[in-house]
Design a protein around this ligand. Structure first.
Ligand SMILES: [Zn+2]
Length: 244
């Protein structure tokens, strides 16, 4: 082999070595990602597996709830968010029940409709109950999601704080959401003996937020933030009984 041939052979060997290294690194990174992904999934299913969660998309049927200036109805938005949230929770191993999966009311009267939602939570022995609503206000400038709780259970406030923190950190499309958790005597909260929250996912009375709330990508984002809040709640030792 002449000098040029030797150089060429050397260059080929060097290239082959670099390629081999490249593929080896790629394989290691790939394996690591799969492994760490598996570890995360295992941790998630330890936290979320066997949890029974009732999601309650508010209103439905004859009661459409609030309506934005663009005609977007609360009953539709909250059903979308609840369905995405159910998917995330189920993927993490939780058992999820929705009080409604279509645009229907659950009973002829308003109180019976609400009682039917609470009955489901009792019948399935739910660990937590989350009612999802959308807000409306005379001023078109109000915006932002807000989580409500009541004194029915010490875990309710703790759950609300986890969800609200996650919503504030994860969504600032219209600006910083300064809303904090708030105590409220909602029927669906005070009549349950388990940690229960009611989330107003945003203001339909704000035209910009109404538009966001109507989009499935934004509904998904809301659902993901709520999901993260729920996982954080369950991942803390105090989750079941709330902070002592
Ligand atoms: Zn509502």
């Amino acid at each position: 082999m002449d000098l040029l041939g030797e150089r060429r052979a050397g260059a080929v060997r060097a290239t082959a070595a670099i390629l081999l290294l490249f593929f080896a690194c790629g394989f290691l990174l790939y394996s690591f990602n799969i492994l760490s992904g598996r570890r995360e999934m295992a941790a998630l299913s330890t936290t979320m597996g066997q949890r029974i969660i009732v999601l309650d998309p508010g209103h439905g049927g004859v009661d459409g709830g609030a309506k934005g200036p663009g005609g977007i109805k609360e009953e539709t938005v909250v059903l979308g968010v609840a369905k995405y949230l159910a998917k995330y929770l189920e993927q993490a191993g939780a058992k999820v029940f929705l009080t409604r999966e279509k645009d229907i009311e659950l009973a002829a009267s308003n109180v019976e409709d609400l009682d039917a939602r609470l009955d489901l939570a009792r019948d399935v022995a739910a660990d937590i109950f989350i009612s999802i609503h959308a807000n409306s206000f005379p001023s078109p400038y109000e915006f932002g999601a807000q989580t409500f709780y009541c004194h029915n259970h010490p875990g309710s406030k703790f759950l609300a704080e986890n969800i609200q923190d996650s919503l504030v950190a994860g969504i600032d499309v219209l600006g910083y959401n300064y809303r904090k958790v708030q105590e409220a005597e909602y029927y669906v909260l005070r009549n349950l003996a388990i940690p229960a929250n009611l989330i107003e996912v945003g203001f339909l009375s704000n035209p910009r937020e109404e538009s966001l709330l109507s989009q499935s990508a934004y509904q998904k984002r809301l659902a993901y933030c709520i999901f993260v809040g729920v996982v954080r709640y369950f991942s803390q030792d105090t989750a079941i009984d709330g902070p002592q």
